[in-house]
Design a protein. Structure first.
Length: 302
């Protein structure tokens, strides 16, 4: 590492935190990943290396860069163990208001140039209301898988400074991604639209309009979506989608009320790919329906 190399901190070694650490490292940052679960932290660095090698095998990344990338990511257990004044500090912990506020307060002590949350639905202004330097705080909403999705949604809170917004745009550009800027409104732009489509797809499944795979193919082929809304929900996590839907229901009204099938699957522990089953059976690599719908599901013997 040289003095000219920027430093960054990512808090949370789950799927999103791993992806964010990857793009930061690829953009030339030395990254400290904060994750108290050591096996998860080790797995995150391993996954970064695997993703880099896969990109190199497809000709999307120089093999030497791929080999070096995981060496640019180190992991620690506590935020206090990271060096102060990183260029960017981004949290990617679960969507719980109290937890995020606690984490952000500790991250702010590092005095980063940009302090960001990866929330997909919580109010950025609300998260920043207890910070000492809210002008340095905003939302950077990444999409899964972070290393391949081209968009980052920049969410501006009521007290986000113009210099912080400019720095965030620069950072996203360094990732080789495009950004959109939205004000802090419930669900922002992407979550609000994506959840609305996903919830309606679930209602269609409950009503027996079509099977899950056919609903998804309708959006993929008819509207050129790269992935259907039910398969996407499996990848995001049914629990995550349920939390966002409930938040949007409180903020925007009953049109975002979560369908019974979503509530039932989460209660049963079927959260999507991460548990092996959601709207699809991921034990067959997501190829088989999980038979969770209404009439369409019963035709499959559910």
């Amino acid at each position: 590492m040289t003095d000219s190399e920027p430093r960054a901190v990512v808090v949370g070694g789950g799927t999103m935190g791993t992806g964010i650490a990857y793009v930061l490292a690829l953009a030339g940052h030395m990254v400290t990943l904060v994750e108290p679960d050591r096996p998860r932290a080790v797995a995150a660095v391993r996954d970064i290396g695997a993703a880099a090698r896969k990109a190199a095998a497809k000709g999307r990344l120089d093999p030497a860069v791929a080999e070096d990338l995981p060496t640019r990511v180190t992991h620690v257990s506590n935020i206090a163990d990271t060096a102060p004044e990183p260029w960017a500090a981004i949290e990617a912990v679960p969507e719980r208001l109290g937890l995020k506020r606690e984490v952000l307060a500790a991250m702010e002590l590092l005095r980063p140039r940009i302090l960001a949350t990866n929330t997909s639905g919580l109010s950025v202004t609300g998260l920043g209301s207890t910070l000492q330097r809210p002008e340095h705080f905003l939302g950077l909403h990444f999409f899964n898988p972070v290393w391949s999705m081209p968009l980052v949604e920049i969410v501006v809170g009521e007290r986000t400074g113009d210099e912080t917004l400019d720095a965030a745009r620069e950072l996203v550009g360094a990732f080789g991604k495009e950004s959109i800027v939205v004000r802090d409104a419930p669900g922002f732009a992407t979550s609000r639209l994506g959840v609305a489509i996903g919830l309606e797809a679930m209602r269609m499944l409950e009503e027996g309009v079509a099977e899950a795979a056919d609903i998804d193919r309708a959006m993929e082929l008819g509207y050129r979506h790269p992935m259907g809304p039910l398969r996407l929900t499996d990848l995001v996590g049914l629990d995550v989608r349920l939390d966002i839907a409930r938040h949007l229901t409180e903020a925007l009204g009953p049109r975002f009320t979560p369908p019974d099938v979503l509530v039932r699957l989460v209660e049963q522990g079927h959260l999507g790919r991460k548990t092996g089953r959601g709207f699809y059976d991921w034990n067959t690599e997501g190829r088989g329906p999980a038979n969770v719908g209404g009439d369409a599901g019963r035709r499959d013997g559910a």
